[in-house]
Design a protein around this ligand. Structure first.
Ligand SMILES: [Zn+2]
Length: 233
């Protein structure tokens, strides 16, 4: 194998290693995304539960109000029994009528609140179901992502071993140069000549450079981007 051929194999492994690192980096973001969705469902459920609680408190308040009107009516009736004039009697009668009207109003409110409670309970049950379903999805996602991480880790370990063996077999100067370019460009350090142009930056190369590259023996670099050039045979 020529040095270029060895570098091409090395580059293939390095690109794979890099891709695996990128895949690994994406996983925490994907996990927090599904957690955010889950949290939104939890918040929606909490809101539904809160609305139901407020409704229950409002019903309780109405019932207390009715109770206090009833007690007042009892008191008024006792007082009414002890009046001396018709005028006083009628005043009590009016007050009692007003309290009875207040009770009917409160009872109407209670009916509305109870109807609302029905809808709110349905809503809470629905939100609980949705949360349960979402939790299942999130759990499955997390499991899949963890498995993916495991696969990536194993492949990366195997690649690291293979890469070390490949690198050992490459001339130190070429390797150092290759590594510097690969790190710098982030994509390819060794590129083919493509009809007289650099396969990396696509600039037209001087004929002499093309001739040098054709020999695939000496180190030929693109004068524009610095990538190593080879002649694809
Ligand atoms: Zn170039």
């Amino acid at each position: 194998m020529t040095t270029i051929e060895k570098l091409l194999v090395l580059q293939d492994r390095d690109r794979r290693i890099k891709q695996l690192a990128r895949d690994t980096e994406e996983i925490p973001a994907r996990k927090s995304l599904s957690e955010a969705t889950l949290n939104a469902h939890k918040a929606a459920l909490a809101e539904a539960q809160d609305a139901l609680k407020k409704n229950a408190a409002a019903i309780k308040a109405v019932e207390l109000e009715i109770e206090s009107h009833r007690e007042r009516i009892l008191k008024l009736r006792t007082q009414q029994n002890n009046v001396r004039t018709n005028e006083e009697y009628r005043t009590f009668e009016r007050e009692i009528a007003a309290a009875e009207k207040a009770i009917r109003d409160e009872e109407d409110k209670e009916i509305v609140l109870m109807e609302e409670a029905e809808g709110l309970r349905v809503n809470v049950a629905m939100m609980e179901q949705k949360l349960k379903a979402e939790q299942k999805v999130v759990d499955a996602d997390a499991q899949a992502l963890n498995q993916r991480l495991d696969v990536i880790r194993r492949e990366a370990e195997a690649l690291a071993v293979e890469r070390a063996a490949l690198a050992k077999d490459i001339d130190a100067d070429w390797l150092a140069r290759y590594e510097r370019i690969f790190k710098h460009t982030g994509d390819y350090a060794v590129v083919p000549l493509e009809s007289g142009s650099c396969g990396g930056c696509h600039m037209k190369l001087p004929p002499q450079v093309v001739q040098d590259a054709k020999r695939n023996e000496t180190m030929t670099v693109c004068s524009y981007c610095g990538r190593l050039l080879y002649w694809r045979t």
